[in-house]
Design a protein around this ligand. Structure first.
Ligand code: SF4
Length: 221
């Protein structure tokens, strides 16, 4: 279910003002997840509470991000995408990349994807908190690079499961796939998790090392 909305965000759709919609539920269980409590929020009726206002503001905000949780597994998501596409909105998706079939099915309707590349492949199970079929992650990376007009791959640098070598291995992998860019995000502390984020200086150093392979930017704060 849809649980939360930010009507005007400058952060979620690169270079655009967008409305961001957040859905509950995820097929991963990352211990640093910022959205664990989203289910407690009251559900929002997209067609009654969101769509009319989106249409009213469309001359100013044409881009809509569907985020989560993992929005691609939400039962309502296909209907919402079809409605938005039919009304000529530009649709962006935030995903962990574990539902390639959904992305493929909506190829024509999605103009932007931000995919979390969680860590190096040998640590994925640890970080995602479940057994991960890496072939699905690889398939989504290939699909996005070859089919989606605008995209980014980003890694939240969670020191417990993501270190310098993990970031560099991802940068190399993306470079070999001819991806355009890579983003490192600083991990923000979560209640009940004792892991301390890397310093900005350390992250800058990792970014510079990744930059040898692929255009890499740092997102802090
Ligand atoms: S993939 Fe994202 S939404 Fe899902 S558990 Fe991990 S951090 Fe949370």
């Amino acid at each position: 279910m849809l649980k939360s909305v930010i009507w005007a965000s400058m952060l979620d759709y690169p270079g655009k003002v967008c409305t961001s919609l957040f859905f509950e539920g995820c097929n991963f269980a990352c211990e640093y997840c910022q959205n664990k409590d989203i289910s407690k929020a009251k559900s929002i009726d997209f067609e009654k509470e969101i769509l009319p206002k989106l249409i009213e503001r469309k001359d100013f905000v044409k881009h809509v991000i569907l985020s989560g949780g993992e929005c691609t597994i939400c039962p309502d998501i296909q209907k919402i995408i079809d409605i938005l596409y039919g009304k000529d909105f530009k649709i962006g998706i935030h995903t962990n990349g574990y539902n390639t079939e959904f992305l493929e099915k909506n190829k024509e309707k999605i103009s932007y994807i931000g995919m979390d590349f969680k860590t190096s492949f040998d640590k994925y199970n640890l970080l995602a908190g479940r057994k991960i079929d890496i072939s699905k992650i690889k398939k989504s990376v290939d699909f996005i690079i070859n089919n989606i007009p605008e995209y980014e791959f980003r890694t939240t640098v969670y020191p417990k499961f993501v270190d310098e070598n993990d970031c560099i291995s991802i940068a190399k992998y993306l470079s070999e796939k001819n991806a355009k860019k890579y983003v490192l995000q600083q991990y923000k502390r979560v209640d009940g998790v004792a892991v301390i984020p890397f310093s900005p200086e350390k992250l800058e150093d990792i970014k510079n090392k990744c930059n040898k392979y692929i255009n890499t930017t740092l997102r802090i704060g």
